[in-house]
Ligand binder design. Structure first.
Ligand code: ADP
Ligand code: MG
Length: 668
């Protein structure tokens, strides 16, 4: 039985994700301090904290060089720059009673001999026994001191029975240590104890909880209703008969996977992965057409205006000849037109609605939404993605999420495990690999010459400035300066500019001018990172490439190499390079395959960054490390199937214990 937490500390504990006494057991130490042995004063090594025991002789408040509490002990001075009155009283009392302190800290040589500054200490009677186990140091939060946490955890260890949620045969098969033993050991190991098996057990349990949760989510989805959309309508037939190009084998395969899902009366949740330029848009258009054929609506949402507009234009070119009415909702729309678009969506006149996330906000009502497509889903934050998932779940719509950032295997086996995945692993024919070059910033002159040569030859180029966050004023100013400078340096060339802070109409105009070839060089920020498609652009220069992330560099580079010309991507970097920047540039220079780059990215940054969870507050895995614990993840996957088949009630108990009410745990 779980006892209530003391109310005074409950809110602080909640910040640590601890909602019950039982949760305290899973609040595991970051590290340990060794208070099992006393070090004789004379033998304290420099730079390493040790535990010493010395009698207290005299206590004073000194004023030089700063007000401080000084406790003079035999052979050691303790100094406290901040102290409480009762701390002083306690030490004075100890001095009077002839007691000693056990102080934990670094012994340093001070003015008056050996001293410790701000040690942790306890007053002890002579001969008091030493701790037999290491002292845990827990992750904590402001206002919650280690001793308090230690006491709470110790009480929980004494009062909470730790029943193993896994059956003995499963433990045996996966060579897992018993739970109670593992938890006790991790909180209070003896010096030199091997905590490996205990950590393995805890990580396994966490991964298993995630696997079970995602499997149950998938099962619930399979039990819900959605419109069945058979792929036998006239529009689809006509479109397939007059496709603008021959689909690649991979495109045909994923199309079949999607159409098979749509034909079922349960909501699809499929992730369509394909490297930049692999041709996801036409697959999405085909899926939308199936919905329209069946008398339903589809929505296509993109993370930026530029991308939404590009989708709109492609969809219009392809589908308007078939008479499919498309509504286009974007920020730059005059209010009368916006009203008209919304009305068309609400009364069902629009078969397909295209826009940014505004499509799912601001009270846009769909008459009969059957399919929601999310383009470049990795650009939305974890929270937005979960919200979208919930919205289309409520609408009982099918969902197709598209991503050009390949998801490393371990991530798709964990966080994405409740989704079905289709992969376009082939580029349309005729793509030329992009030649990647690394140039130190000092070689700018050469780069300018290359731009001039390409543009004179009728090709076009991008110049990407390092505006990582469009809200960063100084970054933006630097981009504007770069634009002015390039215009001067490349006099005679037609230079355009696009960045995220421009009004939607201006942005569109700038993009269109570049798409039409009216401008030859486009100076831009990462607003062009996702999805922008101008095949005649064959040269990309990325300024301060060392400041970009791997996924960004890969996406940016994917903007070239889409047409008939051989393409080049020049990464201009500023020296000196940090170690991380050097590692990233090396990866992007040596790899063209998005999956390989994503694996490197995961190894360099960890999953939290990759999933975009940093500020999302969505709980991710606490203990398991997807890179280091991949074999354990495999084992947990197998065990999830075993456990669900053998004893579903036990499986649910296991989830509850780990996740409690955090329904979205481990999902992205
Ligand atoms: P992404 O997967 O990055 O969204 P797009 O759908 O924008 O890629 O496709 C990239 C470019 O390739 C577009 O110009 C598109 O029209 C073109 N394309 C897509 N599929 C094919 C194909 N099978 N053959 C030739 N060109 C294609
Ligand atoms: Mg795209």
């Amino acid at each position: 039985m779980t006892h209530a937490l003391p109310p005074a500390t409950a809110s602080k504990l909640a910040k640590l994700g601890i909602r019950s006494r039982f949760d305290l057991l899973y609040h595991l130490p970051l590290r340990y301090e060794d208070e099992t042995r006393l070090t004789p004063l004379g033998q304290a090594p420099a730079g390493t904290p040790v535990l010493v025991e010395v009698p207290v002789r005299r206590v004073e408040v000194a004023y030089r060089p700063k007000r401080q509490l000084v406790a003079h002990c035999d052979g050691l001075v303790l100094r406290f720059l901040n102290f409480y009155p009762n701390q002083k009283a306690g030490l004075e009392q100890a001095a009077r009673a002839g007691l000693a302190v056990r102080a934990y800290g670094e012994v340093r040589a001070g003015w008056f001999g050996a001293e410790m500054v701000h040690p942790r200490y306890r007053i002890v009677a002579p001969g008091e026994p030493m701790s037999e186990t290491l002292t845990p140091v827990y992750p904590t939060t402001a206002g919650l001191a280690q001793p308090t946490l230690r006491k709470l955890v110790r009480e929980a260890l004494e009062t909470e029975p730790i029943e193993d949620t896994l059956p003995p045969d499963l433990l045996r098969r996966h060579a897992l240590a018993p739970l109670a033993e593992s938890v006790h050991l991790l909180h209070r190991p003896q010096p030199g104890a091997d905590t490996g098996p205990a950590w393995r057990r805890v990580k396994f349990d966490e991964l298993l909880a995630q696997q079970l949760q995602l499997r149950l989510a998938r099962r619930r989805r399979a039990g819900r209703d959605a419109p069945a959309l058979p792929a036998d309508g006239p529009l689809l037939k006509r479109f397939l008969g007059r496709l603008p190009f021959r689909l690649t084998r991979a495109q045909r395969r994923v199309m079949a996977e999607i159409l098979r899902d749509l034909a079922l009366p349960h909501p699809m949740q499929r992730l369509l992965q394909g490297d930049v330029g692999s041709g996801k848009t036409i697959v999405a258009a085909i899926a939308c057409l199936v919905a329209v054929d069946a008398g339903w609506q589809a929505a296509v949402m993109a993370p930026t205006e530029i991308l939404a507009e590009q989708n709109f234009r492609k969809f219009s070119t392809w589908l308007e000849p078939l008479g499919v009415p498309i509504a286009w909702l974007h920020g730059g729309l005059p209010s009368a037109e916006r009203k008209r678009a919304r009305k068309a969506i609400a009364d069902g006149a629009a078969g397909i609605a295209i826009g940014t996330q505004a499509l799912f906000q601001e009270g846009v009502e769909f008459a009969r939404l059957a399919l929601a497509v999310v383009d470049e889903q990795h650009r939305f934050g974890v929270k937005q993605r979960l919200e979208l998932r919930r919205k289309s779940e409520r609408a009982a719509a099918h969902q197709l999420m598209m991503s050009a950032t390949p998801i490393p295997r371990t991530l798709s086996m964990s966080y994405y495990a409740d989704l079905d995945v289709s992969v376009i692993d082939e580029l349309p024919p005729g793509r030329k690999p992009v030649d990647t070059r690394l140039f130190a910033a000092a070689r700018r002159g050469e780069v300018l010459e290359r731009i001039r040569a390409a543009c004179t030859d009728g090709q076009q180029a991008y110049w990407v400035c390092p505006v990582i966050e469009e809200s960063n004023e100084s970054d933006l100013q630097a981009a504007l300066d770069a634009y002015e400078e390039l215009r001067r340096e490349l006099e005679g060339l037609r230079v355009g500019l696009v960045h995220g802070r421009m009004a939607p109409a201006e942005k569109q105009a700038a993009m269109q001018a570049f798409a039409k070839g009216a401008t030859q060089l486009l100076v831009c920020t990462t607003v062009i990172e996702v999805g922008v498609d101008v095949p005649n652009a064959s040269l990309m220069v990325i300024e301060h490439a060392e400041r970009f992330g791997l996924a960004q560099l890969h996406q940016l580079r994917g903007r070239v190499g889409r047409g008939v010309h051989a393409s080049t991507c020049i990464l201009l970097f500023q020296e000196p390079l940090s170690e991380g920047a050097r590692a990233r540039l090396k990866v992007i220079y040596e790899n063209v395959d998005g999956f390989a780059i994503a694996e490197h990215d995961l190894a360099l940054r960890g999953p939290g960054e990759l999933l975009g969870e940093r500020q999302s507050g969505v709980p991710l895995l606490r203990f398991a490390d997807l890179v280091a614990d991949e074999p354990l993840l495999e084992a947990a996957r197998a065990a999830a199937d075993e456990l669900l088949a053998a004893d579903e009630a036990l499986a649910r108990r296991h989830i509850d214990r780990w996740l409690g009410l955090r329904a979205d745990f481990g999902k992205v």
